[in-house]
Design a protein around this ligand. Structure first.
Ligand code: ATP
Ligand code: MG
Length: 361
């Protein structure tokens, strides 16, 4: 099991040897000769730190406490030349995972490191499970509420849309001079009603996800349809739309729902890319899982803000003035129903890459 390991030691030879061993074992290793360097190297990255007790700018025990403060999920192994009861007690208070005496035996060190890594990973897994359970609860609560509310809103909204059509007809019959100043507000009201209808549709879909109808679906054809839908929109916004699909697998899928997923991801990508930006839709085999196919939506925008992280898929999380924050949670639910998942990463185009992992069967 590999991890992000930070070595904090001021003995360059020791660092070099250990770095080599750990890198060979598949760990990603960073090194720092001092407390200050360690804090910099650890930020947002650290999983396990091996820390010497005596460092040029401070002692390892207080560094351990600072590292745990900055990354509460990491574990620290202290390395020391001479142990005393006081230093051991201080180490425990600082939340140190283990305390090893020098000279170190490599097998001991590796066994301790391995335990620490397993511990960190299992904690991370537990946290992820708790997060998912909380999200499922939230989804259920939100679902019930929105279903009720949406039905209440639908009738008056339909009535308003109908009256607006009547109004539009009457206005179009008026003299041009009387008609002209009325047209713009009418268009605005029409646009707002459309927006509400769209939100309502999202809410309902979210509250009552429709069951999947699985049919053999050629992914290339699907991507082409999405592409055709987006073309005018992209052109109007000045975004370049690219498409690549070398493999053309046919999967059991609910085509309509999958198209909605790709539309949601692509519309987000168009928003993010902005004028003169690029959005690319692609389909490829999963190099890591022969049983999966990947559908990717890349954009050249600013990327997903780091602190947004897991919140992206929470209902109503949005950073847009007009967003409802339902696009991603709906997409995620549809893809999960297919037995797949959506992941987010950095795109070679510079912005975000949303990947839909779909099982072949
Ligand atoms: N390609 C992307 N690049 C950067 N940020 C993104 C991207 N896609 C999504 N996001 C972020 O995730 C948030 C949630 O996206 P989601 O599609 O769920 O809702 P939305 O786009 O805000 O509203 P809507 O319900 O209209 O889709 C967005 O507001 C945005 O902050
Ligand atoms: Mg969206």
């Amino acid at each position: 099991m590999s991890a992000h390991v930070l070595l904090v030691e001021d003995n360059p030879e020791f660092i070099r040897n250990l770095e080599e061993i750990l890198t060979d074992l598949g760990h990603e290793v960073r090194t720092a000769p001092s407390c200050a360097g360690a804090l910099l190297a650890a930020a947002g990255w650290l999983e396990v730190a091996l820390v010497d007790l005596k460092l040029p700018d401070g002692d390892g025990t207080s560094l351990a406490a600072q590292l745990k403060d900055a990354s509460p999920d990491c574990e620290v192994v202290l390395l020391t030349g001479h142990a005393s009861v006081e230093s051991a007690a201080a180490a425990v208070r600082a939340g140190v995972w283990a305390y090893l005496m020098k000279p170190l035996s490599t097998p001991d060190l590796l066994a301790t490191l391995d335990k620490a890594v397993r511990h960190v990973k299992s904690q991370a897994e537990k946290r992820e499970l708790t997060r998912r359970a909380q999200m499922a609860e939230k989804l259920a609560a939100v679902g019930t509420l929105t279903a009720g509310l949406s039905h209440e809103i639908r009738n008056p909204l339909n009535a308003a849309a109908l009256q607006l059509t009547v109004l539009e007809r009457r206005v179009h019959k008026l003299e041009p001079t009387v008609q002209r100043p009325l047209l713009q507000p009418l268009t605005l009201v029409r646009d707002e009603i459309r927006r509400l209808e769209h939100i309502l549709q999202d809410f309902l879909q979210f509250a009552r996800p429709s069951p999947l109808t699985l049919r053999p679906t050629p992914l290339k054809g699907l991507l082409e349809k999405v592409w055709a839908f987006l073309e005018t929109d992209a052109e109007r916004r000045g975004v370049r739309l690219e498409f690549s699909c070398e493999r053309a697998p046919v999967l059991p899928a609910d085509e309509d729902q999958l198209r909605q997923v790709l539309m949601n991801l692509s519309l987000n990508a168009l928003d993010a890319a902005g004028p003169d930006g690029t959005v690319r839709l692609s389909c490829e085999d999963d190099a890591h899982h022969a049983d999966f196919v990947l559908l990717q939506v890349d954009d050249s925008g600013p990327g997903v803000p780091e602190d947004a992280g897991p919140r992206l898929f929470e209902p109503f999380f949005t950073t847009k003035a007009n967003g409802s924050g339902l696009g991603l949670p709906i997409s995620n639910a549809i893809v999960s129903q297919h037995g797949g998942q959506i992941t987010v990463g950095r795109s070679p185009l510079g912005g975000a890459r949303f990947t839909v992992h779909l099982p072949r069967s």
